[in-house]
Design a protein around this ligand. Sequence first.
Ligand SMILES: Cc1cc2nc3c(=O)[nH]c(=O)nc-3n(C[C@H](O)[C@H](O)[C@H](O)COP(=O)(O)OP(=O)(O)OC[C@H]3O[C@@H](n4cnc5c(N)ncnc54)[C@H](O)[C@@H]3O)c2cc1C
Length: 416
Amino acid sequence: MPRRIVILGAGTGGTMMANRLRRRYEPSEASIAVVDRDDRHVYQPGLLFVPFGLAQTDEIVRSRRRQLRNGIDFHETEVEQVVLEDDVVRLADGTVLAYDVLVVATGAVLRPEETEGLTGPGWNERVFTFYDVPGAEQLARALDDFDGGRLVVNLVDMPIKCPVAPLEFSFLADWYLTERGVRDKVEMTYVTPLDAAFTRPVASQHLGGILEEKGIQLVTEFATGEVDGSQGRLVSWDEREIPFDLLVTVPVHEGAPYVTRSEGLGDALAFVPTDPGTLQSLARPNVFVLGDATDVPASKAGSVTHFEGEALTENIDRFLAGEELSATFDGHANCFIETGFGKALLIDFNYETEPLPGRFPNALGPLPLLKESRLNHLGKLMFQWMYWHTLLPGRSIPGIPDAMPTSGKELQRETV
Ligand SMILES: Cc1cc2nc3c(=O)[nH]c(=O)nc-3n(C[C@H](O)[C@H](O)[C@H](O)COP(=O)(O)OP(=O)(O)OC[C@H]3O[C@@H](n4cnc5c(N)ncnc54)[C@H](O)[C@@H]3O)c2cc1C
């Protein structure tokens, strides 16, 4: 009897794992079923470019089915519940899928309704998010009409997908408004609950410096309590107020709601407690997790999801063979950060090592770390091709190891 592998979610992680596992096992060894609610796979990093007219949404959306290798069963329906005790998943179309191994890859969802007033008056009129397709499209129209005033970029709370994306948005907005000749009529402010521009000290220093150079005011430790869209006010829990004419916000993120309906699977925010090295869930030995759905202390990023893939494939193999799992995932993350005017920065880090200056992927590598360059910008643009043709098919990126390379990094600069 083939072993039954069920994968929940056909986004970055689910698609990649299905393809990796299909290559690893003959159909006589394992059946692979994947579940997602629709057939629209969004290349999410591309959402950053939509508000500035640098990408159209039809260029960043493809059929999910068509990203899956032959021999993978795709169920286009909602996951209702995982019943851990019975090793089954209940789907909205009435199907019950039994599994020997379950892979949870249902990512994170936006919860704007969790913040008082955010989806009230002004939502999608002067208050926007670019974190989903409709939001990015509506923001494109609003930015096109924006000729001056107070532009505030805000992240409500961590964790969020791609923690650098709101910074990139700010840098690109500075470029876009300059190109349109209205930058000097716009007061820009970046508002974060963190105590600096980013989560890690050395990168925060660099990114905070870029905000300053571009004349973008940085407001830290701002715990957003309320958004008043009719008056244009962002209000913190400690009653500080920031006025805006246009607010671009990143709402609170949580895990998928079915996780809460699945007894024993998730935590209070519907993320799935996961061993950070093996990617096995803490709920059951035959349940594995990757990508944004986990609670591991790595960035919620497509690059992290990709680097998790090899360790997870290996561990599913070991689990099915009755062998001990190996704790090989090191938290490796790698992100290009657009800084506008055709340049970008690159950061590369893991659980232990924060983003540091140097070269990538090694001491002689062509890409500078934590330094703006044209080559990094071209790397960011090329990433979309890599996503569809290398990441999703579940292949390694040539020359880029799954574990974080230490060669090329100025490790003596580390402060933590
Ligand atoms: C604006 C933006 C910019 C970004 N930029 C970058 C970047 O530059 N670099 C980078 O590395 N990462 C970036 N990311 C993050 C990256 O896109 C995610 O980290 C990555 O997609 C995570 O993969 P995943 O498989 O965990 O989740 P996803 O790719 O989101 O897939 C989850 C899937 O689960 C499905 N699903 C959820 N619940 C259910 C249910 N109940 N029933 C059926 N299906 C369900 C969803 O439909 C979805 O297809 C960005 C994200 C955003 C929003």
